[in-house]
Design a protein around this ligand. Structure first.
Ligand SMILES: CC(C)(COP(=O)(O)OP(=O)(O)OC[C@H]1O[C@@H](n2cnc3c(N)ncnc32)[C@H](O)[C@@H]1OP(=O)(O)O)[C@@H](O)C(=O)NCCC(=O)NCCS
Length: 388
């Protein structure tokens, strides 16, 4: 079978897939010791490094040789350098003259959770399966109750096909399983439509909302490495120029194309300098969640408020949404106060609902309906503003 050499390396932003080598034995064993992998993926909690090395040089290499099991290491660029953060495999690969099928399996280490590594790894594996291998369909198997696995699959384009008794396992016991499926996109014909998206340009004189541009990259890195951004948002840690380029060139155009995440750059209309970003996360019809991150230089200037006013006008008047939601990690008072100024109503605090890079943390939820006034609805009852 015509399969790539061990030098194969697939990359997306800070995440790459490559084949395991014996030098990865300690990490390979650690993946199997991880309690979530033991619980949901039947990982061998007692695996020694010697056993891991033997597996890498035995069945893992054999799987590549006979083409039936293609196991990748997921490596991520972290502060301390490149590190193995999990494994993803194409299992039960069956290639036919017209295409074929395989099943995707993923196990992450804690260091790989909550930073987008899983999603990028699945994207790379799917592109490889559909593009390089020419497969037609991929399966994803998750035990009923393993919501993070199902959610990851759904974020990566898989849809639920069936819930099957006895198709899953948890804690060594047989359980019901979900089967999710993703099919290859139809191959583009010669007269493919131009599906590039046009990001609207919105302005009120004080700020402009526009598409992110290549020239925004350096400021985006500064905004995303700022301590407040790291503390309060889910921006990847150790944000680099590569992250910014990937965000500008791939993630945001994909978000507009799928209409799932509509990201705008907020810029100074005179200088075109990037102030921050705002986005609408369109999770279900009629409503969207607002995301915002402003650079330190642009905070406390009123620009964030102007930007969200434009965004809300666009959401309600152009997209015809009925509700906007605002979600903040507790106690992000600056964010909550901005939402309050814009007329959002405080709905409540939900314990443990915010994924703070792998740790459950409390979340505030606020909402704004299309016909709500865009002014504070109650007297401010949070802490006084700190001195700037
Ligand atoms: C959240 C953010 C967009 C707000 O933009 P901003 O320009 O700072 O907003 P504003 O200055 O108009 O409003 C924030 C208000 O909160 C106040 N505030 C800030 N920190 C506060 C604190 N710890 N306690 C009480 N009030 C606080 C500010 O003083 C200001 O109130 P004021 O106008 O009465 O002085 C911006 O600070 C930011 O990008 N932060 C980092 C990323 C982030 O937290 N994003 C939101 C995720 S939900």
């Amino acid at each position: 079978m015509d399969l790539p050499t061990p030098a194969l390396r697939l990359a997306a932003g800070p995440t790459a897939l490559r084949r395991f080598t014996a030098g990865d034995a300690a990490e390979f064993a650690a993946i199997h010791h991880d309690p979530l992998n033991v619980k949901w993926a039947g990982a061998d909690a007692g695996m020694s490094a010697e056993r891991a090395a033997a597996l890498i040089q035995g069945p893992v290499d054999d799987g590549w040789d006979d083409g039936s099991l293609l196991r990748f290491a997921i490596v991520e660029r972290l502060d301390a350098g490149e590190q193995v953060v999990g494994t993803i495999s194409l299992q039960d690969v069956r290639r036919t003259p017209g295409g074929g099928a395989a099943s995707v399996g993923i196990k992450l280490l804690a260091a790989g959770r909550g930073r987008g590594s899983g999603q990028r790894a699945v994207g790379l594996a799917c592109d490889y399966a559909f593009g390089t291998l020419g497969l037609e369909v991929l399966h994803w198997r998750a035990t009923v109750g393993n919501a993070p696995s199902r959610a990851l699959a759904e974020r990566c384009g898989f849809t639920l096909a069936a819930e099957i008794p006895g198709f899953g396992h948890v804690d060594g016991q047989v359980a019901s399983g979900w089967l999710l499926v993703r099919e290859a996109e139809p191959r583009p014909g010669p007269a493919e439509l131009d599906t590039r998206t046009v990001v609207p340009r919105l302005g009120d004189g004080s700020v402009v909302l526009r598409a992110l541009q290549a020239a925004d990259a350096a400021q985006l890195v500064a905004n995303c490495t700022n301590a407040e951004a790291v503390r309060w948002t889910t921006v990847p840690l150790g944000y680099t120029r590569d992250h910014a380029d990937h965000f500008i060139n791939t993630i945001t155009p994909d978000g507009w194309r799928s209409r799932k995440t509509l990201t705008f750059a907020v810029a100074d209309p005179a200088s075109n300098r990037l102030l921050g970003t705002v986005d609408l996360q369109c999770k279900h019809p009629g409503a969207a969640a607002v995301g915002i991150n402003f650079g330190e230089h642009a905070r406390g200037t009123g620009a964030a408020e102007d930007a969200v006013r434009l965004l809300a006008d666009y959401a309600f008047n152009q997209l015809n949404l009925s509700y906007l939601h605002w979600s903040a990690l507790v106690p992000n008072w600056g964010s909550r106060k901005l939402a309050w100024k814009l007329g959002f109503t405080f709905e409540g605090q939900i314990r443990g609902q915010f994924n703070d890079r792998g740790t459950p943390a409390d979340r505030w939820i606020l909402s704004l309906a299309a016909n709500d006034p865009r002014t504070p609805q109650t007297p401010w009852d949070g802490p006084a503003a700190p001195r700037r």
